[in-house]
Design a protein around this ligand. Structure first.
Ligand SMILES: CC(C)(COP(=O)(O)OP(=O)(O)OC[C@H]1O[C@@H](n2cnc3c(N)ncnc32)[C@H](O)[C@@H]1OP(=O)(O)O)[C@@H](O)C(=O)NCCC(=O)NCCS
Length: 124
């Protein structure tokens, strides 16, 4: 059964500015695995922005937002060998999803020049 859906769109330029100018931005919001995926990409701000959008979309799907200690870095977007993205949870966010009996998480990303978007569906 679908128990939640979330969507988000981010301006790539906003993320590009943070990556270039704000020390510690990447480490605050992205895991080592996400950074390793995005860094070698051409126009990597798009990939970072898509992951940022996916984290926001995830919290929308959950219905809580990222309040109560839930953190962006507890939601990791990892791609499989075919390039398909998935979400791995950690910490309090993982515990909360277990409490809500969430059994599946589906994510899709897209990016064009100026915008990155993500949709997340939760299965209960
Ligand atoms: C995967 C594919 C549908 C992406 O579509 P696109 O319009 O090129 O690019 P979009 O910006 O909409 O989507 C990119 C996102 O698709 C997702 N994606 C990649 N491979 C995927 C797959 N096998 N299944 C689901 N999602 C996938 C990724 O999340 C990617 O973003 P990320 O690299 O930041 O994680 C398309 O590239 C494809 O079919 N590729 C396989 C065949 C191929 O490689 N052809 C070469 C080009 S002709």
């Amino acid at each position: 059964m679908i128990s939640g859906i979330g969507i988000d769109t981010i301006e790539v330029s906003r993320v590009a500015k943070e990556i270039a100018g704000s020390k510690g931005f990447k480490e605050r919001y992205f895991s080592a695995g996400e950074i390793a995926y995005c860094e070698p990409k051409r126009g990597r701000a798009r990939n970072y922005a898509a992951r940022f959008a996916a984290k926001e979309a995830f919290f929308k799907a959950l219905g809580t937002g990222y309040r109560g200690g839930l953190a962006f870095h507890e939601v990791e977007i990892l791609n499989n060998v075919l390039g398909k993205p998935g979400i791995v949870l950690r910490g309090r966010t993982k515990a909360l999803c277990r409490k809500y009996k969430i059994r599946g998480i589906h994510v899709s990303l897209t990016h064009i020049k100026d915008y990155s978007s993500a949709v997340v569906i939760l299965e209960g």
